[in-house]
Write a protein that binds this ligand. Structure first.
Ligand code: GAP
Length: 437
């Protein structure tokens, strides 16, 4: 089992991510760009595995869900109808001396946390990024980078319903980038201005919404446990009435016990019929649902489980991080669930001796079509095991001189460090069954 979270500080995670190619500061050679991060070779794999895991659980394995992949730039009226133009704002205060800006809710006094200077009165600051579409930069060409993926599901409700011919309840899912000009960012990838969301809009008959809301709250909590995140590091927190967004009747956050404290990774909201009603009003299109069994029309209610890719990834990294002792040294190991691990199998010839090369390459080529596989022959075998442990590779396959005689290789398990000798002819099937969850 991974160690207690309290021993994992964010600096260790940030430094491991950089050292091993999970996450780099964006634009680093130019001095970096605040709150922007680039996923490196292993981070890109981990991120893709997290998105694939979500898609498998919420779309592929369910009868009542379909996915879309919508445009990031949308008609500007959508953000008027949704309430974002008028109300998607945070109260901002500015230090009169150093000019640093803060979210009013992040500062506890009337003075600047950085220099002690006096702060201005709060003013509302809209979090949407604006840009212009087309060659003319005037009011009429303003558009926004979407601050959430959700609205694309609402405005495509009728398109999707009429093409898939599903009856309520059903849901539309989407994974994609969102942008918010956050006043304060930080804590690595926890709060950034460009991030990815995995959102579900689940359409239900009014009157069944409370039941479906409760269903999704449980479902989403169990999803994180199923991902391998320890239950004791997860909790549900109900929003107080004064915390609820303008559209929400009820909301629960799934929180993770990060090194920075308990913080949200997903929000599950009962959005009532707010969104479809607004879009029907502003677009002039009828977004009613006709219930054939009851012979009645109504605007569906929506339950929205909305998760962040980057925050989930951070929770997975923190939860998987462990240190133990191997060969009298501290070993850092990421105990990822196999489906999330960026590399599933590493092929490690015992040495760079030319005699081992052909068979090692042969085993490598045999495994590659089945698993994300890495070939590593640099440095001592012990160091290579450590390197693979540190990036969370569940299995290493070692080819030694005996392999040339007996056609067997050694499979080493990341967690137990146990080794087993297996025939090369069976290695794909054995690894398949080991990697199955
Ligand atoms: N459609 C509802 C919605 O967007 P939200 O609580 O604002 O709800 C949902 O966002 C999730 O998106 C959050 O739980 C978080 O995981 C992620 N998220 C929101 N803002 C973020 C930011 N600035 N940086 C990283 N992730 C963010």
């Amino acid at each position: 089992m991974p160690q207690d979270n309290k021993k994992v500080d964010m600096d260790k995670i940030v430094s491991l991510c950089k050292r091993r190619g999970f996450i780099f500061q964006s634009s680093e050679i130019y001095g970096g760009l605040a709150s922007c991060w680039d996923y490196g070779p292993l981070g890109a794999e981990l991120k893709r595995n997290i998105k694939n895991y979500w898609w498998k659980k919420v779309v592929q394995e369910r009868d009542d869900m379909v996915g879309i992949d919508a445009s990031i730039m949308m008609h500007p009226q959508i953000w008027v109808a949704s309430g974002h133009v008028a109300g998607f704002s945070d109260p901002l205060v500015e230090c009169k001396a150093c000019k640093h800006r803060f979210r009013e809710t992040d500062v506890n006094s009337k003075t600047c946390p950085d220099c002690g200077g006096a702060l201005t009165e709060p003013r509302m600051f809209n979090l949407m990024f604006k840009t212009f579409m087309g060659p003319v930069e005037d009011e009429a060409s303003i558009i926004y980078l979407r601050p959430e993926t959700a609205q694309a599901m609402f405005v495509n409700f009728e398109n999707v319903r009429s093409t898939i011919r599903k009856k309520l309840p059903f849901g539309i899912a989407q994974v994609g980038k969102s942008f918010r000009n956050e006043i304060t960012t930080g804590n690595f990838i926890f709060r950034t201005r460009e991030f990815e969301q995995m959102e579900i809009e689940y359409f239900v008959k009014p009157g069944t919404d409370v039941e479906w809301f409760e269903y999704w709250v449980k479902e989403r909590f169990n999803y994180y446990v199923g991902m391998g995140i320890r239950k004791e590091n997860l909790r549900l927190r109900a929003h107080e009435k004064d915390e609820l967004a303008h559209y929400a009747r009820a909301c629960f956050d799934v929180e993770y016990n990060f090194p920075i404290g308990w913080s949200e990774i997903e929000g599950i909201a009962n959005r009532s019929d707010f969104d479809l009603t607004q879009h029907a009003k502003y677009s002039g299109k009828n977004l009613d649902y006709f219930d054939e069994e009851k012979n009645e029309r109504y605007i569906p209610y929506v339950i929205e489980p909305s998760s962040g890719v980057d925050r989930t990834l951070l929770a997975v990294l923190v939860d998987s991080y462990d240190e133990d002792i191997a060969d009298n040294e501290t070993r850092v190991v990421l105990r990822f669930k196999p489906s999330l691990a960026p590399v599933k199998v590493a092929i490690l010839p015992l040495s760079r001796n030319a005699k081992l090369l052909p068979l090692s390459r042969e085993v490598y080529e045999k495994l590659r079509p089945h698993f994300a596989t890495q070939y590593d022959d640099a440095q001592s075998i012990g160091r290579r095991y450590r390197r693979q442990d540190e990036v969370g590779t569940p299995y290493c396959v070692t080819i030694d001189f005996d392999s040339l005689e007996d056609n067997q290789v050694t499979i080493r398990d990341r967690d137990s460090m146990q080794q087993a000798r297996v025939p090369i002819i069976e290695v794909v099937d054995i690894l398949k069954s080991k990697l199955q969850e």
